[in-house]
Design a protein around this ligand. Structure first.
Ligand code: CA
Length: 236
């Protein structure tokens, strides 16, 4: 069997069976293998045991909420996590991203948009795995070594644990040293035109990056804010 046509596996963690059922129906129709869990504990167990290609994770769940599940999964796994958040719950979106979710989609959502987002996130994750086999292309910026090909970053020789989005943002800014980009430009260039998110996603990702890269995230030396415009990378 050709490995390209092995079905991708999606784990749906959602307690509302009507929502879970319709997502499952549509994903199977699209050729995915689907597993379901109806509370946070069951979801976490299945996520860790079966190592799916993507986790679709509701926030409000019995026994353990989606944020806790996300945090626990991230301790050991880079599986893409797409969070389902309630309408207009800005806090949920930001918190989900802070805890390591890759993306979120707001309820109620269209099935076509959901499937497009699932595809995009799995594609990015596959791309990331391919990168691990690529030849190294290490560039040095101050105390940082960024391997542009293999998606690895070291600070003073110690590997940093960046998410794919964080790495892509860092790489994009570092490749265009000193050039200032607006948040809208970064969303388009780094997250891709298919991304429906809001520009605060960029701010959250920059904040997370600074916490990992900078000695003092309050006094950044690499990723600089250009007030009223956006961000740029500077070689210290
Ligand atoms: Ca729920």
């Amino acid at each position: 069997m050709d490995t390209d046509i092995i079905a991708k596996r999606v784990l749906i963690i959602e307690d509302e069976t009507s929502i879970s059922d319709i997502i499952k129906f549509n994903l199977i129709k699209e050729g995915y293998q689907v597993d379901t869990a109806y509370d946070g504990q069951e979801g976490l167990r299945k996520a860790l045991e079966s190592n799916p290609d993507l986790i679709l994770l509701d926030v409000m769940l019995p026994l353990m909420d989606g944020f806790q599940v996300c945090k626990k999964v991230r301790e050991t796994s880079n599986t893409p996590i797409l969070m389902l958040t309630a309408k207009e719950e800005e806090v949920d979106k930001v918190l989900g991203l802070e805890l390591g979710a890759d993306d979120y989609i707001t309820k109620p959502f269209g099935m076509r948009e959901l499937i497009a987002r699932i595809k995009a996130n799995i594609r990015r994750s596959d791309f990331m795995e391919d990168k691990l086999n690529a030849p190294a292309d290490v560039q040095t910026f101050g105390n940082l070594e960024i391997d542009m090909n293999r998606y690895e970053v070291r600070k003073n020789g110690t590997a940093l644990d960046l998410t794919l989005r964080e790495f892509e943002l860092l790489k994009y800014l570092a490749e265009h040293e000193d050039k200032v980009f607006s948040r809208e430009q970064l969303l388009e260039e780094v997250w891709g035109y298919e991304y429906y998110g809001d520009i605060r996603t960029v701010d959250v990702t920059v904040r997370r990056l600074r916490e990992k890269l900078e000695d003092d995230p309050g006094e950044p030396r690499y990723i600089m804010t250009k007030r009223g415009i956006g961000y740029h990378f500077r070689r210290p």
